[in-house]
Design a protein around this ligand. Structure first.
Ligand code: NAD
Length: 254
């Protein structure tokens, strides 16, 4: 038996390859979950779902803008129609606009808060409703960041959203603990994905210095985060709720 046999999972922002959402979808599918991969990039999400199906897993792709509440309704209705319920929600979709305060516009602020934080509220509210109705518990995993724990220059709006995700999740964890719905956040350091490729293209020399300063001396692999999501989603993590799992090669230990 696999760790997630019979489980139904929704992973947002799963189109990016290499990305944390696609790696997570793949890993959860390997462990037997049926995975729904959503993204604003439907073609990308389709490609990820197809690769999972080709490897023998069960996956479907849907278009979803996580900042749009109506998109959550259509995605969750579709999952209910196809598969019946929802056991695991991975709030992974996110954007990072790196700008010091003097260059940070209200539009930058609003965009990062809606995509990174409002989305988690919309998704969690609906997922809790569905999980409570089914009465089988569930797991909600929110992708925060080390920037939600410690200050990182040029990340103020992103950090505000990611710290919000952390405390929002803790509160919901307490509200839902008796329903056996667990809520945790993961705080990646620097993981080698398209998001970091974009950051590196802005200033490669500075970027490489930061990577060098990580105690483990390298970026993490997307599967390192996927394994953390798996732990928090499966029965081996059954007593873990309302906490944060830092996966950063020691970055925030110094
Ligand atoms: P990525 O940029 O490679 O992929 C993000 C995906 O989210 C893309 O496919 C994009 O199309 C999608 N997306 C963007 N806006 C969306 C929206 N409104 N609705 C639906 N989908 C949307 O990023 P990643 O590195 O895979 O990061 C995934 C998550 O992990 C993000 O929340 C990010 O903030 C967080 N994180 C990443 C790192 C890292 O080092 N890679 C570190 C800390 C936190």
């Amino acid at each position: 038996t696999k760790r997630l046999d019979g489980k139904i999972a929704l992973i947002t922002g799963g189109a990016s390859v290499p990305g944390l959402g696609s790696a997570t979808a793949q890993r959860l599918a390997e462990e037997g979950a049926k995975v729904c991969v959503t993204d604003i990039d439907l073609d990308g999400a389709e490609a990820v779902a197809k690769a999972i199906r080709d490897a023998g897993g069960t996956a479907m792709a849907l278009k979803q803008d996580v900042a749009e509440e109506a998109d959550w309704d259509s995605v969750l209705d579709r999952i209910a129609q196809e598969w019946g319920s929802l056991d695991i929600l991975v709030n992974n979709a996110g954007i990072a606009v790196l700008r010091p305060i003097e260059n940070l516009t209200s539009a930058d602020w609003n965009k990062q808060l809606t995509v990174n934080l409002d989305s988690v509220f919309f998704g969690t509210r609906r997922a809790v409703e569905i999980m409570r109705k089914a009465g089988k518990g569930g797991s909600i995993v929110n992708l925060s960041s080390v920037a939600g724990l410690v200050g990182v220059p040029a990340c103020s709006a992103y950090a505000a959203a990611k710290a919000g995700v952390r405390m929002f999740g803790k509160t919901i964890a307490i509200e839902c603990a008796r329903d056996n719905i667990r809520v945790n956040s993961i705080h990646p350091g620097m993981i080698d994905t398209n998001m970091q490729n974009v950051a590196r293209s802005d200033n490669a020399e500075f970027f490489d210095q930061v990577v060098d300063s990580i105690p483990m001396g390298r970026m993490g692999d997307p599967v390192d985060i996927a394994n953390a999501v798996l732990f928090l989603s499966c029965d081996e993590g059954r007593y873990v709720t309302g906490t944060e799992l830092v996966v950063d090669g020691g970055m925030t230990a110094q």
